[in-house]
Design a protein around this ligand. Structure first.
Ligand SMILES: Nc1ncnc2c1ncn2[C@@H]1O[C@H](COP(=O)(O)OP(=O)(O)OP(=O)(O)O)[C@@H](O)[C@H]1O
Ligand SMILES: [Mg+2]
Length: 250
């Protein structure tokens, strides 16, 4: 479970998060949508403290911390409970797919090499890449790289997975293979917060969709409610824009 309350964050004099409240219930998936620059990545990065919030409280399961009280121990614990999948994969280029998955298992979680290997192979299998274990990232497609990154995140057995536009760096024909893996993961017990511009995917996979605009969550509702009966005019405009873009592209 993730519960963010009253999150504020400024970069210099620019207020990027203006008191955000957002809850993702245990085992649920929330898609975070909104215009470029509205603060989606910043909010996501506050959960695992890649950004330090100025104000507010964040709860991850039974662990909670306040903006004013973020020690090194709090940072470590927030990282331990979460895993993040980035737009640009973030793989180690000098390590094979399997080594990318096992690295943190060995270094951070202190698993033996053989145990890490067993777990790594299991998760590569789960994302459909058992036969690519010994390939280096340079020998993988973008979709395969992102699936390795997802296997790496899952292998850590985190309470929460944060995805920041996991498909936006991919060629269009590779998007679905990654979305299918995420869809499969969403059926498990992991709690997920996903920033995405893939509206059909969000509608299909998310328990709730949160619409962010100018540093605030304007509304958060079940997909059908948000898409068919948005409460705010701003939400309607945003969704219309995406609907049009989709229509023009076919
Ligand atoms: N490290 C930083 N220093 C200064 N300004 C920043 C920093 N990170 C983000 N910002 C600013 O904060 C605002 C919100 O950025 P953020 O990346 O959270 O938006 P976003 O909703 O994820 O956008 P996109 O859809 O383009 O990824 C933007 O105006 C951005 O320029
Ligand atoms: Mg972003």
């Amino acid at each position: 479970m993730i519960r963010m309350t009253g999150i504020r964050k400024a970069f210099g004099s620019t207020e990027v998060l203006k008191g955000v409240d957002l809850t993702v219930e245990e085992g649920q998936t929330v898609a975070l949508i909104g215009a470029s620059g509205s603060g989606k990545s910043t909010l996501l990065r506050c959960v695992n403290l890649l950004e330090t919030p100025d104000e507010g409280t964040i709860q991850i399961g039974d662990f909670s911390f306040e903006a004013g009280n973020i020690t090194r121990a709090v940072r470590l614990e927030a990282r331990r409970k979460t895993a993040m999948v980035f737009q640009t994969f973030g793989l180690f280029e000098n390590k094979t797919a399997l080594e990318n998955v096992t690295e943190a298992l060995i270094v951070v979680q202190k698993k033996t090499k053989s145990e890490a290997r067993r777990i790594g192979e299991e998760y590569l299998e789960r994302v459909g890449l058992a036969d690519r274990a010994s390939h280096y990232p340079s020998g993988l497609s973008g979709g395969q790289k992102q699936r390795v990154a997802i296997a790496r995140a899952l292998a850590l057995d985190p309470q929460i997975i944060l995805f920041d536009e996991p498909t936006s760096a991919l060629d269009p024909e590779l998007v679905q293979e990654v979305l299918n893996v995420i869809r499969e993961v969403s059926r498990s017990n992991v709690t997920m917060l996903i920033v995405t511009h893939e509206m059909d995917f969000a509608r299909d996979v998310a328990d709730k969709i949160a619409f962010m605009s100018e540093g605030q969550i304007l509304e958060c509702a079940e997909p059908e409610k948000l898409f068919l009966h948005p409460e705010k005019e701003r939400t309607r405009q945003f969704l219309d824009y995406y609907l049009q873009k989709f229509t023009y592209s076919i």
